[in-house]
Design a protein around this ligand. Structure first.
Ligand SMILES: Cc1ncc(COP(=O)(O)O)c(C=O)c1O
Length: 322
């Protein structure tokens, strides 16, 4: 595997990072996970400008000087070097390593002028064209005990990792996190996915198209509790106006006809069991199927990129990949 480290492409076993890198010592960094696939015969990174924007916002919040607009070309170079067309691509930008002759390695306050450490790798994924329907996953509800800046894609994922391990020990594929917030028990997200729930309406809403005539379909809003503005979630909200956002109570999971996970690697996945209890009939439900097709259509038609917001038009600033 060839990886990117600070502008160079090299074999993974030759990539060296200082043990004093603040990413390693403090989890002081921001990351992104992207997907590329072949669309209309051409390899393309899905929702690239949304990833660039989210990374820029996380870097700005953390005060790490790095220009995420260079992710696009750096991703293409990494994919070319590895000969991949359908892949997951990971980028991590840490605040860097201090000069130990002048600075204490573990000073919480970083010395000025640190050079960020930039690392990227990619790994093959199944071809987009071969994805025919939502996959199935089992989930366990777990307490969301993470920090409050859930919108920042921090590399400090201990909270996510601990709950994912707990879920795995319960025989589940993913955790659905529930947070006590504003005197409510609210659904936030998965450990690497956003959550959508479909609840059967008490009476059909004839003015809405199927499956929304029979189901209310909602995802936790960013304002309801700390959670990540997933790129997949954002695309679905744009292309499917009947998908709504709001605060979702943990109790809503008990009455949900469908629970759905959305994310870059999972795309749209149907939850078949929650805490050991079957959801639906063990097959992807109509809402999961609909959202899956919506997402694939968005990718096919280019709606994964927001109108008038292509990566090429985005601004540039100080540091660059490479
Ligand atoms: C905590 C969390 N929520 C949601 C998501 C889904 O985001 P995206 O659709 O951008 O992959 C991720 C992705 O890694 C995540 O880590």
């Amino acid at each position: 595997m060839l990886v990117h480290l600070n502008g160079a492409i090299l074999p993974a076993d030759q990539a060296r990072v200082s043990p004093f890198d603040r990413g390693f010592l403090f989890g002081d960094g921001i990351y992104e996970g992207l997907r590329c696939g072949v669309v209309g015969g051409r390899r393309r990174v899905i929702g690239l400008s949304r990833h660039v924007r989210r990374m820029g916002s996380g870097l700005a919040t953390a005060g790490i000087a790095f220009d995420p607009a260079t992710l696009g070309p750096a991703t293409e170079a990494l994919l070319d070097a590895n000969g991949l067309r359908e892949a997951f691509i990971y980028w991590q930008v840490t605040r860097g390593a201090p000069d130990l002759s002048t600075h204490a390695p573990r000073s919480r306050v970083p010395p000025p002028g640190l050079r960020p450490t930039v690392f990227g790798y990619c790994a093959p994924l199944p071809a987009l064209a071969g994805l025919a329907e939502p996959a199935l996953k089992s989930c366990a509800t777990r307490p969301d005990r993470r920090w409050e800046l859930g919108h920042v894609k921090s590399i400090s994922l201990l909270g996510n990792v601990m709950e994912a391990i707990d879920a795995a020990e319960r025989g589940a594929d993913e955790a659905i996190l529930v947070r006590d917030h504003a005197r409510r028990r609210l659904v936030t997200e998965g450990t690497y996915t956003n959550v959508v729930i479909a609840t059967a309406r008490s009476a059909p809403a004839g003015h809405l198209p199927p499956p929304f005539d029979r189901y209310e379909v909602a995802t936790p809003s960013l304002a309801s509790a700390p959670l990540l503005a997933g790129v997949t979630r954002e695309i679905l909200l744009e292309v499917e106006p009947n998908l709504t956002e709001g605060a979702i109570d943990a109790a809503d999971l008990d009455r949900a006809a469908e629970i759905i996970l959305v994310g870059t690697t999972t795309m749209v996945t149907s939850v078949s069991r929650l805490d050991g209890r079957p959801i639906g009939d063990g097959r992807p439900g109509p809402v999961a199927g609909h959202l899956f097709r919506r997402l694939m259509d968005a990718i096919r038609t280019g709606a994964d990129e927001p109108a008038c917001d292509t990566p090429a038009r985005r601004g540039t600033s100080s540091a660059r990949v490479g």
